[in-house]
Design a protein around this ligand. Structure first.
Ligand code: PBG
Length: 330
């Protein structure tokens, strides 16, 4: 039984900052965020990414300082993404398995500069294939599931050996989480966690990311043969159930803001750590909106991130992590 007006006036709870703060159901904390960082080849360089205003690629020698900055702002984990030099991108993505590739060197640099921060690496072949797809393709351009998975297992092992704490398969091959878990166990890497990009949609919001890692211009066709159809919600729950059964420690929904219904449904159904990725196109949307005077940048950032918490997300991968952590901490 609840009271009704006039006995109940909900505005009493909104009447001053102290009571709004006391009654807040959700709040943001710097430990909610994972900061994605882009790595480029070379030395002593910061390369601004035109499609992501305010975000840059950093060379390995500079990436440690970025991670340290994140750690000092209270961010517990960084996600590393390489922009592999074009000459090293091949049909079969051999560079993904090179223990001295850009990502492995970056993982080590981060761990050297900031040993306590968590490091997440993406398991997928798109930064290494000449055609920009997440796996090996057949003559018709169709991504081969089991052949790709075998390589992803090796890729995850190479990353784990370099020091990655969390490997995050973002490729959407069937069965890859189980295969990676088995591979990690067999190699004695029982402490390496898996965050599965469990419900990853074939989204138009990834455009700036593909520019950032240099795969966009190479892409032939699209990823709808392996990433999910934005029309589907029940299927996302099946994907998540499979990944949990295969050994995922944490699951992710991606993109974020347009898929908060999925975040909420996953969290409610499975009660496992559920992350959401506020992807590059979402970041760009906020930046461009703020630059055009359509809203206050800081307020847009914090409101959009709080929405993830309200939906039930355990944490958020966001390019705004550093700004948000600083805004929250005042
Ligand atoms: C690659 C990958 C993508 C993103 C993360 N890992 C792009 C894609 O699937 O094409 C997108 C992240 C973003 O847009 O911010 N497997």
């Amino acid at each position: 039984m609840t009271a009704a007006f006039p006995a109940l006036r909900l505005r009493r709870g909104r009447s001053a900052p102290w009571i709004r703060s006391m009654l807040a159901e959700h709040r943001l904390h710097p430990s909610d965020f994972i900061l994605p960082l882009f790595i480029c080849d070379g030395q002593g360089c910061e390369e601004p990414i035109a499609a992501l205003p305010g975000v840059s690629r950093w060379t390995v020698d500079r990436i440690g300082a970025r991670a340290k900055q994140a750690w000092e702002a209270g961010i517990p984990c960084v996600a590393l993404f390489p922009n592999t030099p074009g000459t090293l991108r091949t049909a079969n993505a051999e560079e993904a398995l090179n223990p001295d590739n850009l990502i492995c060197r970056a993982v080590k640099a981060v761990k050297d500069a900031c040993p306590d921060i968590g490091v997440l690496t993406d398991v997928a072949l798109d930064p290494y294939t000449a055609h920009g797809h997440d796996g090996l393709i057949d003559e018709r351009g169709c991504v081969l599931n089991d052949e790709t998975t075998a390589i992803l297992v090796q890729q995850a092992l190479v990353q784990a050996k370099a020091g990655a704490d969390i490997v995050a398969p973002s490729d959407m091959m069937d069965g890859r989480v189980g295969a990676i878990r088995t591979g990690l166990e067999a190699a004695g890497r029982c402490d390496t966690a898996i965050m599965a990009y469990a419900a990853k949609y074939a989204s138009a919001f990834y455009g700036p990311f593909r520019d950032a890692v240099g795969s966009g211009g190479r892409m032939k066709g699209d990823k709808r043969g392996y990433q999910m159809d934005p029309a589907n919600a029940a299927e996302a729950l099946r994907e998540v159930a499979l990944d949990i059964a295969e050994g995922a420690d944490m699951v992710m929904v991606k993109p974020g803001m347009p898929y908060l219904d999925i975040v909420a449904a996953v969290r409610k159904r499975f009660e496992v750590p559920t992350f959401a990725y506020q992807v590059s196109g979402e970041y760009a949307m906020i930046e461009h909106a703020a630059a055009a005077g359509a809203g206050d940048r800081d307020a847009l950032i914090l409101e959009s991130l709080l929405a993830f918490k309200r939906a039930g997300a355990t944490g958020i991968l966001t390019y705004h992590a550093l700004d948000a952590a600083r805004l929250i901490s005042g």
